[in-house]
Design a binder for this molecule. Structure first.
Ligand SMILES: Cc1ncc(C[n+]2csc(CCOP(=O)(O)OP(=O)(O)O)c2C)c(N)n1
Ligand code: SF4
Ligand SMILES: [Mg+2]
Length: 289
């Protein structure tokens, strides 16, 4: 079986979600079925009659990928004809996960379904024109803002923490292409029984409005600034996977993305954001000890 996506379909060149999809596929040795929520990844790789994936794919609705994946997990359990090694992987964007699909995801976790759920988080509803989602960070321009406004929360809500509250066996945060962190986490997750949740920051050229040449820099800086630390929880026990030697300032990361043009002018707000990032990181380090 070809271990690469056949092509990137109609995703933008350099789309983070396409890179993530390829990394997931490279990590798999078992037969698998993917359940995709509506969003850029699904629309860009499965436009009828094409399927860019070298695996069967089900297009769920926008909000029910976790429920569809749960149904397949039950079928695998009770139907003797279904290979018991079949991996069931739901992939959904931040809009589908943080907002419309949160109840379905919670149900999947609460029932203990044997499903790997992956959220590729590009921090807005990109496929429909960059509307704000529950994962949009403060100051990020989006098409649902009528004017520059800072009423958004300093930090978006944490679905990672919501999943930890469900006490599922594996929860992790990662980013595409950083020391093979993503592939290591996928490989680990698929060998754990029960619900698994992995959230991956997914750079979006169009919505974050950056030069494609800056892609790798943006990925690295999200981690090096501790805006997006790499960690995992096995049975709610934290392990930090990478500790930056010299933490970069968040302003360096913001400046690379035109979605933060207005925020970059507001020194007070950037200071507040920097303090919050420092606090979050200190709390994580403390929990790790
Ligand atoms: C019930 C419902 N409401 C709205 C839509 C329109 N819609 C399709 S994709 C999408 C945005 C998806 O955002 P996200 O989950 O963050 O994925 P992204 O497009 O950013 O990759 C929306 C609003 C829909 N398909 N179904
Ligand atoms: S708009 Fe963003 S998420 Fe959608 S295909 Fe383009 S780069 Fe990818
Ligand atoms: Mg999104």
């Amino acid at each position: 079986m070809n271990k690469q996506l056949i092509n990137m379909g109609s995703l933008c060149i350099g789309c983070g979600a396409g890179i993530i999809a390829n990394e997931i596929i490279k990590s798999l040795n078992e037969p698998a079925i993917f359940v995709l929520a509506t969003g850029c990844l699904e629309v860009g790789t499965t436009t009828y009659p094409h399927n860019s994936w070298p695996y069967p794919v089900i297009h769920a609705n926008f909000g029910n990928a976790a429920s569809v994946a749960s149904g397949i997990a039950r079928a695998r359990k009770f139907n003797q004809k279904i290979n018991k090694n079949l991996q069931i992987i739901a992939i959904a964007g931040d809009g589908a996960t943080y907002d419309i699909g949160l109840a379905a995801l919670s149900g999947m976790a609460e029932r203990g379904e044997d499903v790997l759920y992956i959220c590729y988080n590009n921090q807005a509803y990109m496929n429909t024109g960059i509307q704000k989602s529950g994962a949009t960070p403060i100051g990020a321009q989006n098409s649902t803002l009528l004017k520059w406004e800072v009423e958004q929360k300093l930090y978006p809500k944490s679905v990672i923490k919501i999943m930890l509250a469900h006490k599922i066996p594996y929860v992790a945060q990662t980013i595409p292409i950083f020391n093979n962190d993503l592939t290591a986490k996928i490989k680990k997750a698929i060998n754990i029984k029960g619900p698994k949740y992995i959230e991956i920051l997914s750079p979006c050229i169009r919505g974050w409005y950056y030069e494609p040449k800056d892609s790798l820099n943006i990925i690295n800086l999200a981690v090096e600034t501790c805006f997006w630390p790499l960690f995992e929880y096995e049975d709610n026990q934290l392990k930090i996977n990478y500790v930056p030697e010299n933490k970069e300032k968040i302003s360096t990361w913001l400046k690379l993305q035109k979605r933060f043009t207005e925020l970059s002018k507001d020194k007070n707000l950037i200071d507040k954001l920097q303090k919050q990032i420092n606090k979050n990181w200190e709390e994580l380090l403390k929990e790790n000890n």
